[in-house]
Write a protein that binds this ligand. Sequence first.
Ligand SMILES: [Zn+2]
Length: 176
Amino acid sequence: MRNSIAAFLLVASIAAASVRAQDVRQLGPHVHGQTRVQVVVDGDTLDVSLVIPGADAVGFEHPPAGPVEAAAYKNAVAKLRVSRRWLQPSAAAACVPVSVEVSPHGYGQDAVVGMHAELEAIYRFRCSHVSALDAIDVRLVDVFPATHTIVADVLLHDGALRQELDPGMVRIDLKP
Ligand SMILES: [Zn+2]
C-alpha cells in the first residue's frame, strides 16, 4: 500500500512538473485546423498575433529533415511574413504595416519528440484613421488551405470579444 501511494505521489509530481513546463512555454497543445488570433487596438496601433499549427502551415511538426521539408518550412515562414494578401484591416482606417515577427516553436533545437510544433506571427500596424477600423479580414485559408477555423480574441479599450470564424468566414469584427 505504502509503495503504491509513493508511486502515485511520484507520478502526480511528474505530471505537475510537466504542466509547469508547458505554462512556461505558454503553448498548450493546439488543435489542428484551428488558428488562434489575438487582436489588440491601442490608440492608433493595431497588433495582430496569430498561432497556426505546424501541421496546417508547414505540413509536419518536427525539425525539417532533407531539402523537401526544408523548402516547405521556409515557404510557410515566407507566407506568414508577407501578410498583405491575406491580412487586411478596414481600408478606410489606412493602417500601414510597421513590423512583422515570425517565431517558430518546435522546428529547431526547442523541438521535443512527440510534441506539437507551431508558427507564431506578430504584426503591428499604425492606423491614420483608427476610428474607421471596423474589421480585419483574415484570408488565411488562401495561403494555408488546411486552415479550418479561426478563433479570434479581440481586446479593445472598452472590452474584449471572442469570435469563431467557421470555414468561409474571413471577417473579424472589431465593433461590438
Ligand atoms: Zn500539432
